[in-house]
Design a protein around this ligand. Structure first.
Ligand code: G6P
Length: 489
């Protein structure tokens, strides 16, 4: 049986995610430019190279006309990407609605919509219907491009319905599903009206993966408690069929970051940044502007630190890069105003005529600018209230070989389980504790910084995105073979 499987490096991989690694911007009737998309999923998937991979997903724009669709399909093909075209109504109901107003907050322990968010969610049923319809549209495109022997790897909370749709098309298809967010406690998941249907659809996959063991455990508990199925150390069993469930912690392409620091433009940029902030320690936050990232909490902790440590006021600066995201969802609009209000207040309070304590940017930086910034940073602050993994912490560590800066990391990020030995772990809700950690980080001895950095750097260098993908795909192949053997017995 084993010989039938092509070696992994020749096996085709169909990676299906709501968002393609590139997003399209229309320049003319039939011309498009492509930009790298934001977010952890994309930055990890970009690190996966040694596969013959095709990407299937949404390019982030509404393209109602055929001319535009044809031109975009062609432009994307050069990047090995295949578009799924979603119209405005579907995007509104499926992406803004069900995915980002319901599943995303729920999976990050922010609960189901209440009060004003409820008003936008009365249409829960129609959003769920749109969610299933969108997943079916993804399945159609996968099915059209599928060739026998391909591995189909579905990603994230947008596509929980996809494994079921794919198996309905072809029960022999090898289907894996991976969640990039936390999977919450089963007590949280059971509040979701469509809880059972989603679990059952995911279970149609052959292999289900999570970033941490805890998320996998929560998922198995949800299946046993809500569906009454049997949880085993291997996964979840339903009438003799096993869905394998396991943890596969993701990583980054660390070499890409390390190499970038040798590029002359990056070196020049680092020099400029050092001059610009001479005499001050640089603290850095890089996040999508999302409520799960705990940006207000981080800034309030920084304020408390300044309040209590007058001598540091002109010796430290916080650079917060907040990449706009999901701007059509009202919660995100409110968060933007809230953050602006807090930053303005603190800068008004502690700023001088010539400098301010917080530089807040509502935009993304290009890769080289980001690497330069990571490299000149003394203390990075990741204060997610919940986060599937958080690869910003990995990227920072990868760029710190020279400086050996300190990482302050939320214990609620998946990364806390891998970088906990080197980072200062904090509860982001405890502003007093985060403020104290800022002081600890700024005053840390060179020996301690070096020791902590070494732990994390070693981890980030050895646990790469490529290795993560290889492990998942080979486990998926093995799972399918084992299932065939079990049936033939
Ligand atoms: C997180 C999710 C990804 C998502 C990314 C950016 O990392 O896990 O699936 O692509 O955020 O969000 P967006 O809504 O812009 O795709």
């Amino acid at each position: 049986e084993r010989q039938e499987v092509r070696p992994y490096n020749r096996q085709r991989l169909l990676v299906v995610a709501n968002r393609l690694p590139v997003s399209a911007v229309r320049r003319g009737e039939d011309s498009w430019s492509l930009e790298i998309s934001a977010g952890g999923l994309v930055s990890a998937l970009l690190g996966v190279k040694e596969f013959e991979a095709r990407w299937i997903g949404w390019a982030g724009v509404n393209v109602p006309d055929e001319v535009g669709q044809k031109a975009l399909t062609k432009a994307l093909a050069e990047k090995r990407c295949i578009p799924v075209f979603l119209d405005e109504e579907i995007v509104h109901q499926y992406y803004n609605g069900y995915c980002n107003n319901i599943l995303w907050p729920l999976f990050h322990y922010l609960g189901l919509p209440q009060e004003d968010r409820l008003a936008t969610t009365r249409s829960f049923q129609s959003q769920f219907t749109a969610y299933k319809k969108a997943n079916q549209m993804f399945a159609d495109v996968v099915n059209e491009h599928y060739e026998e022997g391909d591995v189909v790897w579905c990603h994230d909370y947008h596509l929980m319905f996809l494994p079921k749709c794919l198996k309905e098309y072809n029960s022999k298809m090898k289907v894996g599903w991976f969640l990039h967010t936390p999977f919450p406690s089963s007590e949280i998941h059971r509040t979701l009206p469509s809880r059972s249907e989603l679990l059952r659809s995911v279970l149609a996959a052959d292999l289900v993966g999570f970033h941490t063991y805890d998320y996998a455990r929560h998922f198995v508990s949800a299946c046993t408690r809500i569906l009454g199925l049997e949880g085993t150390p291997e996964g979840v069993e339903d009438q003799g069929r096993l869905t394998r469930v396991a943890a596969f912690p993701i990583g980054i392409d660390s070499e890409r970051f390390i190499r970038a620091l040798e590029v002359p433009d990056v070196i020049q940029h680092m020099k400029e940044l050092k001059e610009r902030f001479a005499g001050r320690k640089v603290m850095l936050g890089v996040d999508r502007l999302d409520m799960i990232k705990g940006i207000p909490q981080k800034i309030l902790a920084f304020e408390k630190f300044l309040e209590e440590n007058a001598s540091w006021r002109d010796k430290v600066v916080l650079l917060q890069i907040a990449v706009p995201t999901r701007t059509d969802v009202s919660e995100y609009q409110k968060l933007t105003s809230q953050v602006h209000e807090i930053v303005g207040r603190i800068n008004g309070r502690f700023g001088t005529l010539t400098q301010v304590p917080i530089h807040h940017l509502d935009r993304s930086l290009d890769f080289y600018a980001l690497c330069a910034l990571y490299a000149v940073t003394d203390v990075a602050l990741v204060t997610s209230l919940r986060d599937g993994m958080n690869l910003v912490s990995y990227e920072f560590v990868a760029c710190q070989e020279a400086k050996k800066g300190v990482l302050i990391l939320s214990e609620f990020a998946g990364a806390a389980q891998s970088l906990g030995a080197g980072a200062i772990l904090v509860n982001p809700w405890n502003i007093t504790e985060v403020a104290a950690s800022i002081g600890q980080a700024l005053n840390m001895s060179a020996e301690e910084r070096e020791k902590r950095h070494w732990h994390n750097f070693h981890h980030v260098k050895t646990h790469t995105a490529q290795e993560w993908a290889e492990t998942f795909v080979s486990e998926l192949n093995d799972t399918v073979i084992e299932a065939q053997l079990r049936i033939s017995k």
